[in-house]
Design a protein around this ligand. Structure first.
Ligand code: PLP
Length: 398
């Protein structure tokens, strides 16, 4: 059996998104900036996609939607725009969390080198940020708060509406990386007082290499790429209309079927969590309830997540060891350690990210194989032996 359980890393394109891509390649291949009919037909497709995306997140106007090359670019542009835009007013302080995606953390580090001061808030043990701590961190010179909508590794959903209301009352800009949330969780940028929001097509069954930055009118974006006047002059380069139209179709599909999908996928998630519970010295990371419908992040003491992952792959199960980005380093996930998971437990973590195409049979297969693989690796692990003999202390309870 082959089970794809790594949808937080990327999803497969939906049939409708694929069909739209091909339709555009065949029929709307003009440059929307061209004045001739081919260009104008393509421009109409682009306008329609922009409106669809705006509607899906309840943006007031379609022109608040900027298409980017993906979530990373949207994150970069949002943070750099807010920081450089407000610096002349003496606002050189930024607030974020220590569990953000690297697209946020590395951009923050770059801004620190430019002289900005950044506060990194740690979430509570359940992975959720305390709004009171955000409030306490806000200062006179705070330009921006950037807190992700839902975490890509352990799935915790942040109190976005509360943080949005807080930021509004304090006159501070609020950006959220909603790459994991878009098309999976309800988003209303107006009701939630979100000033800027990032999305990525490939996390919701659209194409890769295309994303969205929502920026409320009145926010001045910097241009990340100089050149032509595309995207209201903020991102030069011929617009990738087929990818954009395809992404819009995928987003709308997700939003139209959201309630049903959330119900189905969270039932699969809870089945998997329930099935792993009886493995001794293991724990679920992230809030058990306020979490992404498809996310299961589990730590197993005494084993390496990477070993488990590779062994599960031989059984046809594709998942991730905490974070896809850690695959080239041996450091444990910054998200798990950032929320206080002991390093030893973080090393033995696996992330399964389920989606609508997964089935109960697949989940049961995962449960069976994880049991046997964990048991097998523990038998071979000197570290586990030390735990068993009492030479070392367990960091997860039985
Ligand atoms: C995947 C992801 C990104 C990056 O998006 P790309 O489109 O791959 O650049 C950013 N933030 C989060 C939370 C993600 O999961």
């Amino acid at each position: 059996m082959r089970v794809y359980a790594d949808n937080a890393a990327t999803t497969y394109m939906s049939d409708a998104a694929k069909a739209k891509l091909i339709e555009c390649l065949d029929n709307y291949n003009g440059n929307p900036n061209s004045l001739h009919s081919d260009g104008q037909r393509t421009q109409e497709v682009l306008d329609e996609a922009r409106q669809t995306v705006a509607d899906c997140i309840n943006a007031a106007k379609a022109n608040e939607i900027y298409f980017t090359s993906g979530g990373s670019e949207a994150d970069n542009q949002a943070l750099i725009s807010a920081a450089r835009g407000l610096a002349p007013k003496g606002k050189k302080h930024l607030i974020t969390t220590n569990i953000e995606h690297h697209a946020i953390l590395h951009t923050m580090a770059k801004l620190e080198k430019e002289g900005f001061e950044v506060t990194y808030l740690a979430p509570e043990a359940n992975g959720i940020v305390d709004v009171k701590k955000v409030e306490d961190a806000i200062r006179e010179d705070t330009a921006l708060v950037s807190i992700m909508f839902a975490n890509n590794e352990m799935g915790a959903i942040q109190p976005i509406a509360e943080i949005g209301a807080l930021c509004k009352s304090k006159g501070v800009l609020f950006h959220t990386d909603a790459v994991q949330a878009a098309a999976h969780l309800p988003i209303d940028v107006q009701a939630m007082n979100i000033d800027m929001l990032s999305m990525s097509g490939h996390k919701f069954h659209g194409p890769k290499g295309i994303g969205v930055l929502y920026a409320r009118n009145g926010i001045r974006l910097i241009n990340v790429i100089e050149g032509g006047a595309q995207e209201r002059g903020k991102r030069a380069g011929t617009v990738n209309v087929p990818a954009i139209a395809s992404m819009a179709v995928a987003l709308k599909e997700g939003c139209d079927n959201m309630e049903e999908n959330m119900k189905k996928v969270s039932a699969l998630r809870d089945r998997l969590i329930e099935g792993l519970k009886d493995i001794p010295y293991s724990q679920l990371n992230g809030d058990p309830v306020k979490r992404l419908p498809g996310n299961v992040n589990y730590s197993f003491e005494g084993v390496e997540g990477e070993s488990l992952l590779l062994h599960l792959d031989m059984y046809g199960i594709e998942c991730s060891s905490g974070s896809a980005c850690t695959s080239e380093s041996l450091d444990p996930s910054h998200v798990l350690t950032g929320m206080g998971v002991p390093v030893e437990a973080a090393h033995g973590s696996l992330r399964f990210s389920l989606d609508t195409d997964n089935t109960e049979e697949e989940v049961d297969y995962i449960i069976e194989k994880v049991h046997s693989v964990v048991e097998r690796y523990r038998k071979m692990s000197p570290y586990w032996e030390d735990l068993e003999s009492g030479k070392r202390e367990h960091c997860i309870s039985k």
